[in-house]
Design a protein around this ligand. Structure first.
Ligand code: NAP
Length: 295
């Protein structure tokens, strides 16, 4: 049996992502010999203890990270600056500090200054999720066959990067490293903009007069339903993602609005070829995703 990646690992945040990692560790302790769970509310801490997915629960992040050789921030990215300030002085030399946040430049900005000398800071982002949140939402297969992107700062320790890569491979993920700014632009188009559109379209439908709103819900099967699944995601997490990837998200939104205008023009002028071409492109993208087993 391989040694666990970490002797003692602290997860700060035990929602969908953190509790999935904890569940993976239950089977053979391949990730951590000892797993410490930290969350904000007594309710979540009690639920994690009840589920039995961690060896110990801690309300205080500083106490949670003491003596750990691995720490992973699994809370919403807007909380990272305060969390990093709280745990920074308690991180032990040689430990790895990582995260699973959906934005990467902001994490480096907010966490980086609190990382003491001798601690390896290796930010990461598993590209896996569902619209559910909280400690009951996690499941061990969440990262299976999905990508995890690591965005280590220049000069990061190669052995620490490899250790985090091994951590994610043991979670079933495929791993790649990426420059943080590039990560934020890519994620703006593949994840953040689609969520923005889903939240917006649900709001638009909800703003309609009462009678048409009930019709919208009754006949939701025709496309709207898929948007409502995405729009069911956690409000705090997504507020933080939008506010922490502002520039890239606004740039992608501007490009999207130009393209939406072009489509509106095609509809107005009955440009059938343009419309057909766009729909065909959409189908091709869907087929490629299925071939890559990412659908
Ligand atoms: P989640 O299910 O909403 O859980 C968030 C967890 O963070 C909860 O345990 C919460 O504790 C804890 N938390 C919040 N503020 C905290 C604080 N100040 N100190 C300590 N713990 C705190 O969230 P999630 O979906 O797992 O997302 C976690 C992170 O993963 C986010 O940064 C997100 O961007 C990233 N991510 C999410 C997805 C996705 O699809 N969901 C995918 C990839 C990456 P309480 O319950 O006690 O408040």
């Amino acid at each position: 049996m391989a040694e666990p990646v970490f002797r003692r690992l602290a997860l700060i945040g035990l929602g969908l992502i953190g509790s999935s990692i904890a569940r993976i560790n239950l089977d053979g302790r391949t990730l951590a010999g000892e797993l410490v769970a930290c969350a904000r509310t007594p309710k979540t801490l009690a639920r994690v203890a009840e589920l039995g997915i961690a060896d110990r629960v801690e309300a205080d992040p500083a106490r949670a990270v003491a003596g750990c050789d691995g720490v992973i921030l699994c809370a919403p990215v807007g909380s990272f600056a305060d969390l990093a300030a709280a745990i920074g002085p308690h991180l032990q030399p040689g430990a790895i500090l990582s995260d699973v946040g959906s934005t990467k430049q902001s994490v480096i900005r907010d966490v980086g200054p609190h990382v003491p000398d001798g601690v390896h800071f290796i930010p990461g982002h598993p590209l896996a999720g569902t619209e559910y949140s909280g400690p009951d939402a996690g499941f061990a297969a969440l990262f299976q066959g999905r990508w995890t992107l690591l965005t280590p700062p220049d000069g990061a320790d190669a052995a620490a990067i490899e250790r985090m890569a091994e951590f994610w491979r043991r979670c079933g993920a495929m791993v790649e490293t990426m420059e943080p700014g590039h990560h934020d632009r890519v994620l703006a188009i593949v994840s953040h903009l689609p969520h923005l559109i889903a939240f917006t379209i649900c709001g638009t439908a909800d703003d309609l007069a009462d009678e048409s709103r009930s019709q919208v819900l009754k006949f939701a099967a025709s496309g709207f339903r898929d948007f409502t699944r995405i729009a069911a995601s956690d409000p705090v997490m997504w507020r933080d993602v939008f506010l922490n990837n502002r520039e890239a998200l606004l740039e992608m939104l501007a490009r999207f609005m130009e393209d939406a205008q072009a489509m509106a023009r095609a509809v107005r002028w009955a440009d059938a070829a343009y419309i057909e071409d766009k729909v065909e492109r959409g189908r091709k993208i869907r087929r490629s995703l299925i071939e890559l087993k990412q659908a």
